[in-house]
Ligand binder design. Sequence first.
Ligand code: UDP
Length: 333
Amino acid sequence: MKTKKKEVRNILVTGGAGFIGTHLCTKLLELGFKVYAIDNFATSKRSNITNLLKNKNFSFFENTIMNRPLMDKLIKKCDMVYHLAAAVGVKYILQYPLESLLTNLNGTENVLEFADKYSKKVIITSTSEVYGKHGKTLFKEDDDAIFGSTKLLRWSYAEAKAIDEFLALAYFKQRKLPIVIVRLFNTVGPLQLGAYGMVLPRLIQQAIANKPLTVYGTGEQTRTFTYIDDVVGAMIALGFEKKCIGEVFNIGNYDAISIKDLALKIKKATKCRASIKYVSYEKAYGKFSDEFEDMMCRIPDIRKIHKAIGYMPHYNIDQIIKKTIEYFKDKEK
Ligand code: UDP
């Protein structure tokens, strides 16, 4: 069978060994694509991709997206790019602000520059952080962004990701480069590490070990959690839907839960006898606490993505907790 001119066969996933990247590569391989992945294991584990490496349609490059000759070569070879490689996690950003900024700015610049050189579609992974702290409850794609002071390094992540979005949109407007931007809201599930702050894996691992569950601040702050399968499905659908080009989409879940209630649910689901331990932000972030500011509420408006691809999250918070507990318990065996 002859390959159609525009048919997508080879896909590059930057950050392909990370939590979301690994799940995305797995799904793309299942769908029959040839997948190229690049990752430097800065915040991910080699063990994530042990199984993928056995797949003849998976090619892995242990390297950084700052390696321009390699990025040129990989993007030339592929028909489409999912750009996920980034420094993420509040604790990591506060600890390594310079590396984080450089990776999140220059890395994305490289991806877009070479995608433009070879006219390849790019799906840019952004974050709910780009809304900053505008104080509204529901975050809509074209809402204003309000960031904190540049003295608070916590905002450097949000600002870098916002610049990535500007850059992608500028390539789209000026150079007609096909891009899609996705803003993820607290994606969770198997393979996510708690080491850099992410609350769900942290609390679940603490509960399984019967250790106190650390809730920062009052625990009244709310989040909405989206299961990885819902996110990956949405990312793939958006990448292949022509009318999504040049657009920004929230990917998330409507159901908000306070971190205190999350801890209570996890305690119940694991039958954990340990207590909830309230930890001040000063204690939690130590010498970096001056640079930190928490978000009290963050709920995505998902009407746009629903209209575009019929997206609706399948997993509610109880199912998410159950599945993630199963994963961590299995891992212990
Ligand atoms: N958090 C917590 N205990 C932890 C880790 C995080 O209470 O052990 C809180 C954190 O302060 C924030 C929420 O959980 O209010 C979500 O944190 P995470 O880092 O997972 O995501 P983000 O802040 O980026 O939404």
